[in-house]
Design a protein around this ligand. Structure first.
Ligand SMILES: Nc1ncnc2c1ncn2[C@@H]1O[C@H](COP(=O)(O)OP(=O)(O)OP(=O)(O)O)[C@@H](O)[C@H]1O
Length: 262
């Protein structure tokens, strides 16, 4: 089976710093794939390169079998890749439903001129987009807040809206950057359930960066561990959590935090 996303020998250098060095990884269709590692390990840099916001200094990135190395980021939604960001990326003054509708516009090809010339098909596309947006609202259980401006909602609900907008792009691959950070236990469990349903019911492959080991261990099929820009382990949650290099990397962090020697 062809990997949905494949990084081969990917490196990224910022000035004198090797943020990533020779990363190889394969995300297979249907997987929930987590990327973990201590702060500064290179996780966000990896996501930025996978979504073409940054381009690698060396190596190749393939998406759906197609070489996307060096391609502009704005093409990614059309190719079937959507993402959420570590910092909230929502339109705070817009309502929940309007935020989700903005995700649909990747697939609405007709602009104002098209609307004037082809009122019929454009109208149909708009109606279909609205129906799909309503269906996402229902799926994410946010019907009661559909007309509320997003900025007035709790952080956990705003993240849920951001997830809805990414789903509206109808991706094959969904990249989730620290989705549950800052969420309470109940909100985290809701997100874990949504991610499982996104894979089961929508057939979307999910790749996520997470610091919350509970959700990583509970729902991932595969985990890659980064440390100082290198992949130090790769396998099932059970395999990586027992891997000596992973234990040492996390122990080093804990000892540093406690003022001990790494
Ligand atoms: N644009 C940039 N210019 C220079 N250095 C950068 C840039 N982006 C990231 N870095 C550096 O690259 C390294 C990896 O950073 P990155 O943000 O990818 O780590 P991370 O694993 O996502 O960390 P965190 O868990 O804290 O979000 C860090 O040393 C960081 O300071």
């Amino acid at each position: 089976m062809t990997p949905l996303l494949e990084l081969s020998g990917v490196s990224k250098r910022f000035g004198g710093l090797d943020a990533l060095s020779g990363i190889d990884l394969k995300v297979m269709p249907g997987q929930i794939y987590s990327v973990i590692g201590p702060n500064g390990a290179g996780k966000t840099t990896l996501f930025n390169m996978a979504s073409c916001l940054l381009h690698p200094s060396a190596g190749q990135i393939r998406f759906g079998g197609q070489d996307i190395t060096g391609k502009p980021a704005h093409l990614m939604p059309r190719l079937g890749m959507a993402r959420t960001f570590q910092n909230l990326a929502v339109f705070k003054h817009e309502t929940v439903i309007d935020n989700i509708l903005t995700g649909m516009h990747t697939h609405l090809k007709t602009g104002i001129l098209g609307a004037a010339l082809f009122w019929g098909p454009t109208r149909k596309a708009e109606i279909a987009a609205r129906e799909a947006a309503e269906e996402i609202v229902e799926f994410l259980e946010i019907e009661t807040i559909r007309d509320v401006p997003v900025g007035t909602l709790s952080y956990g609900l705003q993240k849920r809206v951001e997830l809805g907008r990414a789903l509206a792009m109808r991706p094959r691959l969904l990249l989730l950057d620290e989705m549950v950070s800052g969420m309470n236990q109940e909100e985290t469990e809701d997100i874990a359930r949504f991610i499982l349903d996104i894979r089961e019911e929508r057939g979307i492959t999910v790749m996520m960066i997470e610091h919350d080991m509970g959700i990583v261990m509970d729902i991932s099929d595969h985990v890659a561990v980064l440390n100082f820009g290198r992949k130090i382990a790769d396998g099932t949650p059970q395999e990586v959590s027992a891997h000596p290099a992973v234990v040492a990397a996390y122990l080093g962090v804990a000892e540093n935090a406690a003022g001990g020697q790494p």
